[in-house]
Design a protein around this ligand. Structure first.
Ligand SMILES: [Zn+2]
Length: 189
């Protein structure tokens, strides 16, 4: 999967995001290139394209908003999520093309390496919307995506920091030890 860079003219400045708890999946409910989404979102009063990535039917993955910025795609969750949009309307279309499904899956897997703590959700998990459509192959896109376990987190922290077993155990003794160790591991990746 190759991510295609895009140049956008932003209508207003973007804000850096401080947290990434979710990767949120959308469909476009239509077809067209990434610049047409950008234009449409400007017309709706956004700074520009509200999604961070756009996966086309032919399998191309395009960059949208810079990955570290606050998006405009899911009310109440833009501050701590990445938005990924799929071309098409999966309320109506029966099947996603294999090229789009393959790239979409690769993109999600890649994003999970950047943000191992982020959970993959549908837009409709957070808002009353049909998005990404009842025929969207969510389970296929999410297949094999797993959240980091405490053991994996401990391994990362040990490998990167060279801390002793006892120090890690000590960190785990805190009330929020498991979350803490995962956070440390995430910061080290
Ligand atoms: Zn959506």
């Amino acid at each position: 999967m190759k991510i295609i860079n895009e140049t956008f003219k932003w209508a207003s400045s973007l804000t850096q995001r401080n947290d990434t708890k979710y990767i949120i999946i959308h469909h476009r409910a239509g077809d067209g290139d990434v610049q047409s989404i950008h234009q449409g979102h400007i017309e709706r009063g956004f700074s520009g394209i509200g999604y961070h990535f756009y996966v086309r039917k032919n399998g191309e993955v395009h960059k949208g908003r810079p990955i570290g910025t606050v998006g405009a795609h899911t009310l109440g969750k833009n501050q701590d999520s990445i938005g990924v949009c799929f071309e098409g309307n999966f309320e109506k279309e029966f099947a996603m093309s294999s090229a789009q499904q393959k790239s979409g899956k690769e993109l999600i897997d890649y994003l999970k390496t950047l943000y191992p703590m982020a959970k993959v959700h549908r837009h409709s998990d957070f808002q009353r919307t049909a998005c990404p459509g009842k025929k969207f192959p969510f389970d296929k896109i999410k297949e094999g995506v797993k959240d980091m376990t405490v053991d994996e987190a401990v391994e990362i922290v040990q490998a990167k920091s060279g801390l002793e077993d006892e120090t890690i155990e000590f960190l785990l003794c805190y009330k929020y030890g498991e979350e803490l160790i995962k956070k440390i591991a995430e910061a080290m990746i």
